[in-house]
Design a protein around this ligand. Structure first.
Ligand code: PCA
Length: 200
């Protein structure tokens, strides 16, 4: 059986809940097609989240990596096309406030997702879950861990499909936050399960 590393993030900024944690929790240990899911939750911290991602990749030696993040305000499931070599954005949970620094001093400007992002979007739409490719994961923690994972796998020269999927808020979060579109937590989990099924 192959292994899939599925990561989520802890709550951050004014999002009191991070629905990626429940998706990871729901799918951890599950067998989806050929993959056994290993679920992990990352910190929202520019100084530790990258190291956590690398540690999981090095210890679990996954055959595929899908990192999940909350994109509060988005309406659809959005697989990301590219990660950029830049840290920026709001203060993280530990107070770090990078201002455009590179993630890897000698790294490429961008690294493309190696997940079948178009297929994921098509299958989600066909099965009734609105989805679209996103051309930017931003410059905050989601972009940060996507870049670190892709960089590491490229260094290892491994053909491991890897990338990032942003998900909308859950209803539970939207009730507290008030001004964001939301999905049921069940649908969020189901959409990620379907996304995993696209991997061969
Ligand atoms: N979303 C943030 C960081 C953590 C998360 O779940 C992002 O989009 O960068």
């Amino acid at each position: 059986m192959k292994k899939l590393l599925l990561t989520g993030f802890e709550p951050f900024l004014d999002f009191t809940i991070n629905p990626t944690m429940s998706v990871v929790d729901d799918l951890n240990g599950k067998h989806i097609n050929e993959y056994e899911v290993v679920g992990r939750v990352l910190t929202v911290d520019f100084k530790s989240s990258g190291a956590e991602m690398l540690e999981h990749i090095r210890s679990e030696k996954p055959d595929a990596v899908i990192a999940l993040g909350l994109a509060g305000g988005r309406y659809k499931i959005t697989p990301e096309r590219i990660a950029v070599n830049c840290n920026d954005g709001d203060r993280d949970n530990s107070g770090n406030l990078p201002q455009g620094e590179k993630i890897m001093e000698d790294g490429p400007d961008g690294l493309f997702s190696t997940l079948p992002i178009r297929e994921i979007v098509e299958i989600l739409n066909e099965t009734g879950y609105p989805a679209d490719i996103s051309n930017t994961a931003g410059t905050y923690l989601c972009n940060h861990v996507m870049y670190q994972a892709l960089f590491e796998l490229k260094q290892q020269n491994k053909a491991v499909p890897a990338g990032f999927i942003h998900i909308p808020a859950s209803h539970e979060l939207a009730i507290q936050h008030k001004k964001i579109p939301s999905w049921s937590q069940n649908d969020l989990t189901k959409a990620i399960e379907i996304s995993i099924e696209t991997l061969s």
